[in-house]
Design a protein around this ligand. Structure first.
Ligand SMILES: C[S@@+](CC[C@H](N)C(=O)[O-])C[C@H]1O[C@@H](n2cnc3c(N)ncnc32)[C@H](O)[C@@H]1O
Length: 327
């Protein structure tokens, strides 16, 4: 019997399972909104376990702001580096950004994803069994076949690694094994991930990133303004689904979001709540999506958008102008 099979099931396993399933929530919401025309994602359908129920227009508009906002910063970084960069998506879940970048002609030199081994195993299975997902990997790989085992997949341009982000030295070891390049401009992305780690654990991770990459940007999307009544209700709802937000302390304000990076060695940090982001996204497209579904009462949407944020931090030894990346 393996060491893992012998280990008794602990509270931590149960808590981690509550966190792991959040990738299904993100995927079903993204799939539903994209199927309604909020944005195009022909790949997300291959990752949904079962067709979810319909989502409220507030949820769809919230995901629209999240996807458009994060993509805006990702694309701006890639353009600044002229694709001469690498991306590490931390807690990537079933995210489809790699396939979007390939279709948009914006692939970095290598795109890494990290998540718990159980999530990674599932994603690898989906990729292996769907030609629409595996073909772009094969097309960008010089050797045949793809390098695979149950908890990792490696190819020339795409790599998925099973690891626990709370164990930074284990993460570092695995990324080195898959040829992460500390000299290359590096974009780290965490979308609704750091909030599941304690402040000490997320600070360690953010510190490790600042120590290891001299020219880098870190994009973090997650909750903000969580100390008010609406924030408390959000926390209670998640707790009822066995999902504990261990990292709430950093989600007090935009200042606390930036502080985590500035204290960990990042040179520059910006943060905006999603209400502000929604207001600065290309307004022609915002008008288009606002016509997709009727929304009479805007109060709930505004509350939701005020309780999420994007924070991005930069270090720029190569002087690429990363601190000037804005909306
Ligand atoms: C809410 S989901 C978001 C997934 C993806 N970033 C997205 O936006 O579609 C959070 C993801 O973070 C992963 N995660 C959280 N804590 C982690 C940890 N300590 N190590 C590895 N993955 C973690 C979960 O397994 C899950 O896939």
């Amino acid at each position: 019997m393996s060491e893992i099979a012998q280990r008794p099931f602990t509270d931590t396993d149960a808590a981690d399972e509550g966190v792991r399933v959040t990738c299904d929530d993100a995927t079903t919401c993204k799939q539903f909104a994209s199927s309604r025309g909020y944005w195009k994602d022909p790949y997300i359908q291959y990752f949904v376990r079962s067709a979810g129920e319909r989502k409220a227009p507030e949820i769809n508009r919230g995901y629209y702001a999240r996807v458009r906002g994060v993509n805006h910063l990702i694309d701006a970084f890639i353009r600044k580096t002229e694709c001469n960069c690498q991306i590490i998506n931390l807690g990537a879940g079933l995210d489809t950004t790699f396939w979007r970048l390939k279709d948009d002609g914006l692939l970095p030199k290598k795109y890494f994803e990290v998540d718990f081994p159980a999530v990674v195993a599932r994603k690898i299975h989906n990729i292996r069994t769907r030609t629409s997902l595996s073909k772009p990997l094969v097309e960008t790989n010089s050797t045949d076949p793809l390098r695979l085992d149950s908890h990792s997949l490696d190819s020339d341009r795409f790599c998925i690694i099973g690891a626990d982000l709370r164990d930074v030295s284990g993460l570092d070891e695995k990324l080195k094994k898959f040829q992460i390049d500390p000299e290359l401009p590096t974009l780290l992305v965490s979308e609704c991930v750091l909030v599941y780690m304690t402040p000490a654990q997320s600070s360690n991770l953010v510190h490790w990133a600042a120590d290891n990459f001299h020219t880098a940007m870190f994009i973090n999307y997650e909750q903000v303004n969580m100390a008010d009544r609406f924030g408390h209700v959000m926390v209670e709802n998640l707790q009822r689904r066995q999902c504990h937000l261990a990292g709430l302390e950093a989600c007090r304000s935009l200042e606390s979001q930036k502080e985590r990076f500035l204290k960990a060695g990042w040179e520059h940090a910006d943060a905006l709540d999603m209400m502000t982001v929604y207001g600065v996204l290309p307004q022609g497209d915002v008008t288009r999506i606002e016509q997709l579904e009727f929304l009479d009462e805007k109060e709930l949407l505004h509350q939701l958008l005020q309780h999420y944020s994007i924070c991005w931090a930069t270090k720029d030894k190569l002087k690429l102008g990363l601190s000037r990346v804005v909306f």
